[in-house]
Design a protein around this ligand. Structure first.
Ligand code: ZN
Length: 175
């Protein structure tokens, strides 16, 4: 299991300017997060720490794929993801300005761990609907064999239900 300490960025000793950190996110990353929405991924993340005299900001760029189970054909597929954001880093004992684009740190903090931020942005980039992406011709790339089997299964379930309804109707009508 990889250590999350590799995601620590010690900003205190950095010079003013932009500092770029690159990470590759693989499956081991998600072992640190309980009940993770994502277990498997192959993504590159670029974190840019912008250190200025009056403020600090964190740029995040992520691109890659996450492995999801398709809601339609139930097979695994690689969902492309990408995300770009810029967050301001502020210092304070209390979070005085709530906001999605602000990271609050304690005034004594000298480093920031970006693992949780990366994790949240990966989860954010997962679409609500998990479906195989369309191919170049706009055709759905679901496994046709699986679709056929699922259709067959649901048809059988319908037939069973109909049969039960018929039996119930017979019972009611014969009383
Ligand atoms: Zn599918």
């Amino acid at each position: 299991m990889e250590k999350l300490s590799i995601y620590n960025i010690a900003f205190k000793g950095l010079k003013e300017g932009n500092h770029v950190f690159e990470y590759h996110i693989g499956n081991a990353f998600f072992e640190h997060f309980e009940n993770s929405l994502v277990d498997e991924a192959d993504a590159d993340v670029q974190i840019t720490l912008e250190k200025r005299s009056l403020f600090m900001a964190l740029g995040i760029k992520l691109k890659g794929t996450v492995r999801l189970a398709c809601d339609r054909c139930l097979e695994w597929y690689d969902q492309p993801i990408h995300q770009k954001a810029r967050l301001f880093i502020k210092f304070g004992e209390n979070e005085s300005e709530p906001g999605d684009d602000v990271i609050w740190l304690h005034p004594d903090d000298f480093q920031i761990n970006v693992a949780q931020i990366i994790y949240e942005y990966i989860c954010l980039s997962v679409p609500l609907k998990h479906v195989h992406p369309s191919d170049e011709e706009g055709k759905n790339s679901c496994n046709p064999e699986m679709l056929k089997k699922i259709e067959e299964y649901s048809r059988q379930q319908d037939e069973k239900r109909d049969m039960r309804w018929d039996q119930l109707n017979n019972l009611l009508n014969n009383k």
